[in-house]
Design a protein around this ligand. Structure first.
Ligand SMILES: Nc1ncnc2c1ncn2[C@@H]1O[C@H](COP(=O)(O)OP(=O)(O)OP(=O)(O)O)[C@@H](O)[C@H]1O
Ligand code: SF4
Ligand SMILES: [Mg+2]
Length: 317
């Protein structure tokens, strides 16, 4: 049984389905990267797992975590699971730390919240080890500082320390390095990779960066307009035939951008979620679209072991 099994997950805000019936599995010790352009539903899907979405969100489907359906769990049970078994690194780090508490106290609290038997002294020694683990130099002095005394990159590391504090089974990290410079980015990602390697935790990682996917991912889920259009092992992502939208993403990598622009461009943007197009949601932008694509939505089907794709032209062109 997978550690995490998401089945037919739909998240609606009023009449809009921000996530529309997605299913995927994540096993222990694996890194699953979720990619897709801005607004495709990555954050909403990831935050629906530990039910961290704001009140108007309506969730249907099932989120089985270690066999337990979190969509049906009581709030109290969820609070226990979050932070202890599921660590979350949010996309917006600014709001995730308390500005009036010292960083060290915040990490201590994350530890003690889930294990009241931990003494302050024990918590602090683990806090310092965690801060060191995420690359904070001079953690003793740094722990006494307030968030505003830490740079954005360092605050992001503090959040990762908090997410990892209780040795979670699953870490959900939403663009954890988007605001960081390249060197810090690599260090922070290394911490996540080590957590996977050393402790066998599973990582659900949202990223815009296909270099990160190439380096870290075992599996990749590509989202478009709230749905999964392709899901496959990362090893074949860059070499084998991809879904037309996946190819667009790969082609838009900066290194290719100039060349691709000369060959073709993919005009347009995500459809308005209030008025999704009929048929395949990608058809207005797809270079391979035909009449069937405009009329009929392709079903996500398994085309090889671990490889699902939603396209009417699976390999026939
Ligand atoms: N609280 C909310 N109320 C209403 N709509 C929302 C809310 N949160 C997200 N949405 C909508 O859900 C859709 C998916 O948003 P989401 O934040 O998941 O995108 P994303 O893929 O994470 O994008 P980005 O790459 O920019 O972070 C968007 O259309 C967004 O406007
Ligand atoms: S179903 Fe048609 S429009 Fe959609 S991705 Fe495939 S070829 Fe393109
Ligand atoms: Mg997001």
């Amino acid at each position: 049984m997978s550690l995490l099994s998401v089945r037919h997950l739909t998240v609606s805000f009023g009449a809009v389905d921000a996530v529309a019936g997605i299913s995927f599995d994540l096993d222990r010790g694996r890194v699953l990267c979720v990619v897709g352009e801005s607004g495709s539903g990555k954050t909403v899907a990831a935050l629906a797992v530990p039910r961290l979405l704001p009140a108007p969100a309506r969730i249907t489907g099932r989120v089985l975590f270690d066999g337990e359906d979190l969509t049906a769990a009581a709030e109290r049970r969820l609070r226990d699971i979050r932070g202890r078994r599921i660590g979350v690194v949010f996309q917006d780090p600014a709001s995730a730390l308390n500005p009036v508490l010292r960083i060290g106290d915040q990490v201590d609290e994350a530890l003690r919240l889930h294990d009241r038997a931990t003494t302050r002294r024990q918590a602090r020694s683990r806090t310092l080890a965690l801060l060191e683990l995420v690359g904070v130099t001079d953690p003793q002095r740094r722990a006494e500082q307030y968030p505003h005394q830490w740079s954005g990159g360092m605050r992001q590391r503090a959040l990762i320390a908090i997410a990892l504090a209780n040795d979670p089974d699953l870490v959900i990290a939403d663009e954890p390095t988007a605001a960081l410079d390249a060197t810090v980015q690599a260090q922070v990602l290394r911490v996540l990779a080590d957590a996977r390697a050393d402790r066998g935790c599973a990582v659900l990682l949202i990223t815009h960066d296909l270099g990160v996917v190439a380096d870290l991912a075992d599996d990749v889920v590509v989202m478009y307009a709230g749905r999964i259009v392709e899901a496959r092992p990362a090893s074949a992502l860059f070499t084998d035939r991809q879904h037309p939208y996946t190819r667009t993403l790969l082609d838009s990598r900066p290194v290719w951008a100039e060349r691709v622009e000369r060959l073709r461009s993919t005009p347009g943007s995500l459809p308005d979620p209030r008025h999704p197009p009929a048929g395949c949601a990608f058809h207005p932008r797809c270079v391979e679209a035909d009449a069937r694509c405009a009329a009929e939505r392709p079903v996500l089907l398994e085309v090889a072991a671990g490889h699902r794709t939603a396209c009417h032209h699976r390999g026939d062109r």
